[in-house]
Write a protein that binds this ligand. Structure first.
Ligand code: PLP
Length: 422
């Protein structure tokens, strides 16, 4: 009755409606909604980096047992203890010990903050560095959550290119040109999503020296840490912590193939204590105090998961990804409208250039992906829409080998049907 005249005082938060515009999940859902319903063939999901549905990517039994033991102990049914008390520090220490295996100095439990997946570590990192007027340097292309979250925090974004012909390395000159007195941080994602790149020790050292020169910290997204299967080994950015302070972000989502378990961390890898002196550590703690913790039984399982997983699990996983990446790379070479500037060496993705001019009725990456989903039931990501890389496509090879092969076969058939006649 009163609907017509009543003036409601509330309305949606505009900052949130803006950030939802470019979610990867939204794009995948849109493509899934475009699949043909009369085609009896299975859908080939080469969009998301979540292979947990495939039997060959099943997490090790030791990790499952760690969860079961934590539940059966009945010690983890309450709220998580406040960070700082000894029982909470045990979990942080387990993560510090895990990270210390690859560092030239030692992190303590106090350097590690538990988060709900790496996503929440990104949220905490960006919240902790935000200042009025501050800007952050993000790679282009990058995992889109950074841009959305920076917009939410009112952090100004400036993008430096990654160079396809140099294994998607950071364009150092662009970083130097973009930074000014308001710039506070740069983000490095290594191994890379969406590029499948793995940076060398020398390149990461150069990034660290550049950031030092500019007086900015490095946010190192290492959610794909150790997921490497080429000639370049994984080097954590924290190795250069004495050159530049680093916020190292990670999780068990990818290496243990359990993205649903939501356990991640933010570590301050900064042996000179600069983050402490500048108040960043206090801001991180403050931010963690006003957000929710990961589920306590997952926290309780962390020491066992990190300490008891056998090397054979990781080597088998890398073997599968290596074979799948090779099949994907070789297959793409046989599709004339696609080129791949560099073979993926890590993470779960490859970025592929689309030459739409050789196709009859497809004008760009989005149309390519929409029609591919409709006609072939193959889901891949239009990188123009997802990452601002017009006429590029992101393909994940983190699938069963048969699915990668079948996906490539269908992409080839799709190309043949749509190729311009000579
Ligand atoms: C680069 C990057 N960072 C962070 C995340 C989020 O990780 P998590 O699932 O642990 O929250 C992802 C997930 O795909 C990612 O690709």
């Amino acid at each position: 009755m009163e609907n017509g005249s009543r003036q409601w005082r509330f309305q949606g938060n505009k900052r949130l409606s803006l950030t939802s515009a470019i979610s990867l999940r939204g794009i995948v859902e849109m493509l899934m909604g475009n699949l043909s319903t009369d085609d009896p063939r299975p859908t080939i999901p080469l969009g998301n980096g979540d292979p947990s549905q495939f039997p060959c990517f099943k997490t090790p039994t030791t990790a499952e047992e760690a969860i079961v033991d934590a539940l059966h102990s009945a010690k983890y049914n309450g709220y998580a203890p406040t960070s700082g008390v000894p029982s909470a520090r045990r979990f942080n220490r387990a993560i510090a010990n895990y990270l210390n295996r690859d560092l030239p100095y030692k992190l303590s439990a106090d350097d590690v903050h538990l988060t709900s997946g790496c996503l929440q570590a990104i949220e905490v990192a960006l919240a902790a560095i935000t200042q009025p007027g501050a800007s952050i340097l993000l790679p282009r292309p990058a995992f889109t959550f950074y841009e959305s979250r920076a917009a939410y925090e009112n952090l100004q974004v400036r993008q430096f290119d990654l160079l396809p012909d140099k294994g998607w390395e950071v364009d150092i000159d662009a970083v130097e040109a973009l930074a000014d007195e308001n710039t506070v941080a740069m983000v490095v994602i290594n191994p890379g999503n969406p590029c499948g790149s793995v940076y060398s020790y020398d390149h990461l050292e150069l990034v660290a020296e550049t950031a030092r020169k500019l007086g900015i910290l490095v946010i190192a997204d290492e959610v794909y840490s150790h997921i490497t299967f080429g000639s370049t080994p994984f080097v954590p950015m924290g190795v250069f912590g004495s050159i530049v302070p680093v916020l190292s972000l990670g999780s068990i989502s990818k290496r243990w193939v359990v993205p649903g378990w939501r356990l991640g961390w933010l570590a301050t890898t900064d042996p000179n204590g600069i983050l402490q002196k500048s108040g960043i550590v206090e801001s991180i703690t403050g931010c963690c105090n006003i957000t929710s913790d990961p589920a306590t039984f997952i926290q309780g399982a962390v020491p066992q998961i990190l300490e008891n997983t056998k090397d054979e699990f990781f080597s088998k996983l890398m073997g599968t990804l290596k074979e799948a990446a090779q099949k994907c790379f070789d297959g793409i070479k046989e599709v004339p409208c696609l080129t791949c500037p560099s073979k993926p060496e890590g993470s779960m993705f490859v970025l592929v250039k689309l030459n739409a001019s050789v196709l009859e009725d497809i004008s760009d990456d989005l149309e390519f992906c929409m029609k591919l989903a409709k006609e072939e039931k193959v889901v891949i990501i239009p990188a123009g829409t997802a990452f601002g890389m017009k006429n590029w496509l992101r393909i994940t090879f983190a699938c069963e080998i048969w699915a990668v092969e079948e996906g490539i076969r269908r992409i080839k058939a799709f190309y043949q049907r749509h190729a311009k006649k000579q």
